[in-house]
Design a protein around this ligand. Structure first.
Ligand code: HEC
Length: 175
């Protein structure tokens, strides 16, 4: 590549970056807690809640705390993309609106994702060092998610069909 072509490409890139700064994605700055948040659906011990807020809520709730550098594009756009994707999959602020079956499934997924070290996303903990989960936090989060997954599953089974069949009139029998 000759150097004048290189300069042209560099100039175009700089121009694109400058223009990009005018693009500010809409922000996720609602309230994280409310009548439909997860604490209204299942019991969340204070320490688990703290872990969720610190390590998960930026992408899985209605409120993201934006660090200053997310004002710089394309960093902010990239962050917003993750927030949108994350919220769509799992939103702790809307957890109570999920059907029981979905709630149970999400809890199972939480245990799985944390166990496998998939969540929180490593691109996030790279910068948010305080979001890295200690082994103790992981253990607590996983057993809480598993316990509540099982409890909800049981509740579902009780609601669905495993109720005894109605007794027909005049056909009572003795065991
Ligand atoms: C930086 C943003 C970010 C953070 C922080 C984050 N997640 Fe996620 N999460 C995502 C995105 C994006 C997806 C969807 C795409 C994927 O699976 O990679 C996702 C998917 C998930 C899913 C899968 C849902 C499903 O049904 O498939 C679970 C469960 C989950 N996250 C749990 C957590 C937990 C628990 C934490 C905190 C310990 C956490 N996440 C932290 C962005 C994030």
């Amino acid at each position: 590549m000759n150097s004048s072509l290189f300069k042209k490409i560099a100039l175009v890139l700089v121009a694109v970056l400058v223009v990009l700064q005018f693009v500010q994605p809409s922000k996720n700055e609602g309230s994280a807690s409310g009548v439909n948040d997860i604490t209204q659906a299942i019991t969340v011990p204070a320490s688990v809640q703290q872990t969720l807020e610190k390590s998960c809520y930026d992408c899985h709730s209605n409120h993201t705390t934006y660090p200053w550098y997310t004002k710089i594009q394309p960093i902010g756009l990239w962050m917003q993309y993750h927030v949108n994707e994350g919220k769509e999959e799992l939103n702790f602020s809307e957890f109570k609106t999920y059907k029981l079956k979905r709630q149970a499934h999400k809890l199972e997924e939480i245990a799985e994702q944390v166990e496998e070290g998939e969540m929180p996303l490593s691109s996030f903990t790279l910068i948010h060092k305080d979001a890295i989960l200690s082994d103790a936090q992981k253990g607590e989060l996983i057993s809480w998610a598993k316990e509540n997954h099982l409890a909800l599953k049981q509740k579902l089974e009780e609601e669905n069909g495993s109720a005894p069949p109605p007794v027909e009139e005049g056909h009572e029998h003795h065991e």
